[in-house]
Write a protein that binds this ligand. Structure first.
Ligand code: GAR
Length: 220
């Protein structure tokens, strides 16, 4: 069996994305092992999920550090101690510094609950509704020095429905997050992902869906 990719997952909240990665590791559809789960928030459900699955986990509370840089240095050390090869931000609500990116060049990925480059930042489901967007979705991207700006690896699209609230839209998006994040990690584990400027290529290429979706639907 080929060597599994050692990943470190950083999370701040409930950890459903973490859970989808745990599940895919456990059913062997993901050639990765979670070396460590790190949360910046002692109440994060993700810590509980990691413990339940027997995965090493620790809380590094950002409030214990006087600067973003010092916090990042502590997180980077913990990831390096665990032999992490890929850092997976899964609902990690802290902006990471250049120190972090330099320690793991092209090796930090994030999932964002919108179709980037539309709606970077926070509260993005409400922003998509307020803007009147007909589609939203989720994006897995490499992390660079900006906020939600790095090269895009995979996206899924969902419709925004007329009666959506931020919560119903978030749930529809989350369902797709749980599908595309493990897929993105698997592509990296297979060494198929190459970054060239803003473009990310996958080699060999994955088949792409060529049909368009329209919302509201066209009349038959
Ligand atoms: C997910 O929707 C993720 O895309 C989002 O937080 C949620 C975490 O859910 N991340 C961000 O907004 C990052 N800026 P989870 O804890 O259940 O995985």
């Amino acid at each position: 069996m080929s060597k599994k990719l050692r990943i470190g997952v950083l999370a701040s909240g409930g950890g459903t994305n973490l859970q989808s990665i745990i599940d895919r590791c456990q059913d062997d559809s993901l050639d990765a092992e979670i070396a460590v789960v790190i949360c910046n928030n002692p109440g994060a459900g993700a810590l509980e999920r990691a413990a339940q699955a027997g995965i090493a986990n620790r809380c590094i509370n950002h409030r214990d550090f006087s600067s973003r840089g010092d916090f990042d240095t502590a997180v980077v050390s913990a990831l390096q101690e665990s032999g992490v090869e890929l850092v997976v931000l899964a609902g990690f609500m802290r902006i990471i510094t250049q120190t972090f990116i330099d320690a793991f060049p092209d090796r930090v990925i994030n999932i964002h609950p919108a179709l980037l480059p539309s709606f970077p930042g926070l509260h993005v489901q409400q922003q998509a509704i307020d803007y009147g967007a007909r589609f939203s979705g989720c994006t897995v991207h490499f992390v660079d020095g900006g906020v939600d700006t790095g090269p895009i690896l995979i996206q899924a699209v969902v419709p925004v429905l007329q009666d959506d609230t931020a919560e119903t839209l978030a749930a529809r998006i989350l369902e797709q997050e749980h599908r595309i994040y493990p897929r993105a990690i698997q592509l990296i584990a297979e060494n198929r992902v190459h970054i060239n400027g803003r473009q990310v290529s996958i080699d060999p290429a994955c088949p792409a869906s060529r049909s368009a979706i329209v919302n509201p639907a066209l009349e038959d």
